[in-house]
Design a protein around this ligand. Structure first.
Ligand code: NAP
Ligand code: MG
Length: 409
């Protein structure tokens, strides 16, 4: 334990614990990097899959409400149950994705930005600057209603107006055999907030904004996204963007995907919910590892939720359970905490908390640039005789040692 007095974090932080390997690392990060130095007022929600099951998933809703009360949360990765998980954990139900539930309640946009370190170059050689993904975090397939069709029959989409009037109905498909259907939605209000969040972020960071959808195929749904962005841009951002020398560019999603590969980077790429989910993993992997990607949900109501962009690293967890050594990367979890602490410090006007967050990130980056790496990074780092692969806990210990030096120096 260090002898220095602990730094007081004034506002409350909503801590949301999770599953598997990320849960294991979460505790190490707290014990070794945070609790020795910070006096935090934490409201803790345990989203371990067994606890979600035991509380009928109430705990997820309570966690989202707590973020609405306190403004800031930090979340560990959690299992989204599928059939395998139902038998693995003997679940009473196929609970919904906790991220889906929380995002639907907070609304907002998820911004994902790679963590750049100088000895790991992106696998796309033209990328000189980081590409940030702005992922709409509301609606679409993440709050869908879907159905298996088991016999011939007609599937329809029906809208019944409040206060009477004839329902509007369209045929989706006249089924002659088994199949599947799905209903998804979005709201103008959420799309407008998404657009505002992206324009604000791009202007703040002075980077170009690209937005892309499949509006040629989805002439109503995706086209509505395109039109709302256009209106918002013309009305509120065109002049400001011109003054800052940045641009807004809309294109078809496949065209954007092709252009991104040839770009220099340094842009914000705004994407619908599913597109952003997929593309952020691609961008993260191209920057070395899924664990080198930060993620923050920015809600139009002024709430922030910080998390890692990756999942619970299930395969590593099973190794850990078998008593084998793992080499799992905690960078994204550490950056979730530093991001949350920095924002907390900014909102509370406590520069010492902001400075701690900066030093924590510097210590983590220094560890990797000095050659101490987890297995995922060693594979992609520039070759250097100093590079060594360390175990999960050794990596966090090395960061803790660098942090201790930075804080006492
Ligand atoms: P994942 O946990 O992201 O891991 C996929 C693979 O990526 C790992 O097997 C590992 O590759 C590599 N990887 C990811 N994070 C890493 C890290 N920190 N350090 C080193 N390597 C890392 O995805 P998944 O295995 O598909 O999903 C596992 C569970 O996570 C699922 O139950 C899913 O529902 C959940 N999930 C949660 C969130 C969230 O809460 N935000 C997001 C996505 C998925 P190697 O095996 O090659 O080493
Ligand atoms: Mg994903």
């Amino acid at each position: 334990m260090p002898l220095m007095e602990k730094i007081k974090v004034r506002g409350t932080i909503v801590e949301i614990d999770g599953d598997e390997m990320t849960r294991v690392m979460w505790k190490m990060v707290k014990d070794k990097l945070l609790l020795p130095y910070l006096a935090m007022d934490i409201e803790y929600y345990d989203l371990h899959i067994a606890n979600r099951d035991a509380t009928d998933d109430r705990v997820t809703i309570d966690a989202a409400k707590a973020i609405m009360r306190h403004g800031i949360g930090v979340k560990c990765a959690t299992i989204t149950p599928n059939e395998d998980r139902v038998s693995e954990y003997n679940l009473r139900q196929l609970w919904k994705s906790p991220n889906g539930t929380i995002r639907a309640m907070l609304d907002g946009t998820v911004f994902r930005k790679p963590i750049s370190v100088k000895n790991i170059r992106p696998s796309v050689s033209t990328w000189k600057k980081p590409i940030t993904i702005g992922r709409h975090a509301y609606g679409d397939v993440y709050s869908n209603t879907e159905m298996r069709i088991l016999s011939p029959g007609k599937a329809e989409i029906v809208f019944t107006p409040d206060g009477g009037g004839p329902p509007v109905r369209h045929t989706i498909k006249e089924f002659t055999g088994p199949g599947i259907v799905q209903g998804i939605h979005n709201t103008d209000e959420s799309i407008e907030n998404f657009a505002k969040a992206c324009f604000t972020f791009a202007l703040d960071q002075k980077i170009d904004l690209w937005f892309s959808t499949k509006d040629t195929i989805s002439k109503t749904y995706d086209a509505r996204f395109r039109d709302i962005f256009k209106e918002e841009y013309e009305k509120n951002w065109k002049v400001k963007f011109a003054h800052s020398g940045i641009s807004y560019f809309f294109t078809l999603i496949d065209d954007a995907a092709a252009r991104i590969i040839k770009s220099e980077g340094g842009i914000l790429w705004a994407l619908k919910n599913y597109d952003g989910d997929v593309m952020s993993d691609m961008i993260a992997a191209a920057n070395g590892s899924l664990a080198m990607m930060t993620s923050v949900l920015v809600s139009p109501h002024g709430f922030f939720e910080y998390e890692a962009a990756h999942g619970t690293v299930q395969k590593h967890y099973y190794k850990h359970l078998r008593g084998e050594e793992t080499s799992t990367n905690s960078m994204a979890l550490i950056f979730a905490w530093s991001g949350c602490l920095r924002k907390r410090g900014e909102l509370d006007s406590t520069p010492e908390v902001v400075s701690f967050a900066d030093k924590l990130e510097e210590a983590a980056i220094l560890t990797v640039t000095s050659g101490i790496m987890t297995g995922d990074l060693l594979l992609v780092a520039e070759k250097n005789p100093n590079n060594i692969k360390v175990h999960t806990e050794e990596f966090i210990d090395a960061i803790a040692e660098n942090l201790r030096k930075k804080l006492s120096g």
